[in-house]
Design a protein around this ligand. Structure first.
Ligand code: ZN
Ligand code: FE
Length: 280
């Protein structure tokens, strides 16, 4: 490959994108995607840490993307818009079927999202379960060809979201839709729940070697103050029990735990989700 001179000579890292998890509240991550000049924000539950990070890097906010209506994902939208009202604000993308203030672009599954600065193309995936109208944003290829997913509170590292407004069937179908994306997809989740998810995952699958290795690696990351994210779909398929509802060893373990037969993967998923809700 011959290195191409950048045509507009704008920056040495032309074409590169940075994906940054900005910590908020106890355990939220607000993701920023930037080309080094402009940035979009995903699920800004709080404006202050986003403004601080934008200022530190000298980035200009050009769009807000929302996955679902919960306050820890939308609570900072008004303050971000107010601060930019003189320039007419920025577009606010979000789920068409949820009641969210300040939305300017209402999205549902299959819709494209094209942002000019930074240059970003997403497709929208419907992922009901955590909330009824929850959506995810899939970027098929960054400038290096890597796919990226922003999935809010649907899929977490080694776990999945609680079912506040949906059925196990809906959530399993949503996770199946995400698992069908390329294995190399970088998964940008909205919470740092990894260590507690791993504790549960190990209770479900004590003999999963990939999971015990991941436990050690994730603990080391947290000890040094680093996020455990992004994860990848390949990794999640190896260690996340909610993407492994068809694994026979998991069915055996659930039969032990509940003293009842596991009919199929939906039943296994429903049992795991219920167990996790009470797991301490
Ligand atoms: Zn939520
Ligand atoms: Fe959340």
């Amino acid at each position: 490959m011959i290195a191409m001179e950048s045509l507009d000579g704008s920056s040495p890292a032309q074409g590169a994108l940075e994906y940054v998890p900005v910590p908020a509240f106890e355990d939220n991550y607000i993701w920023l995607v930037s080309d080094g000049r402009d940035a979009v924000v995903v699920d800004p539950g709080d404006a202050a840490p986003v403004e601080a990070y934008l200022a530190k890097r000298g980035w200009r906010l050009t769009a807000i993307l929302l996955t679902h209506h919960h306050q820890d994902h939308v609570g900072g939208v008004k303050a971000l818009l107010d601060r930019r009202s003189a320039e007419g604000g920025v577009p606010v993308y979000g789920p068409a079927s949820e009641r969210i203030e300040h939305l300017t672009q209402r999205l549902s599954g299959g819709d494209p999202v094209n942002i000019a600065h930074p240059a970003l193309a997403f497709s929208v995936i419907d992922v009901p379960g955590h909330t009824a109208g929850h959506i995810a944003y899939f970027q098929a290829a960054d400038p290096h060809g890597t796919p990226h997913l922003f999935c809010g509170d649907t899929l977490f590292a080694s776990g999945c979201g609680r079912l506040f407004e949906g059925t196990p069937q809906q959530m399993l179908a949503s996770l199946d839709a995400l698992a069908a994306l390329p294995d190399t997809t970088q998964v940008h989740c909205a919470h740092e729940y990894t260590l507690s998810n791993i504790r549960f995952a190990r209770a479900v699958e004590p003999d999963n070697d990939a999971l015990s290795r991941w436990d050690a690696a994730a603990q080391a990351l947290r000890v040094s103050g680093k996020p455990t994210l992004p994860t990848t779909l390949a990794h999640e398929k190896a260690v996340n029990p909610f993407l492994r509802a068809d694994v026979p060893a998991i069915h055996t373990r659930l039969e032990e735990q509940f003293g009842a037969p596991v009919a199929d993967r939906l039943e296994a998923f429903r049992m795991m989700r219920g167990w996790k809700d009470k797991f301490r």
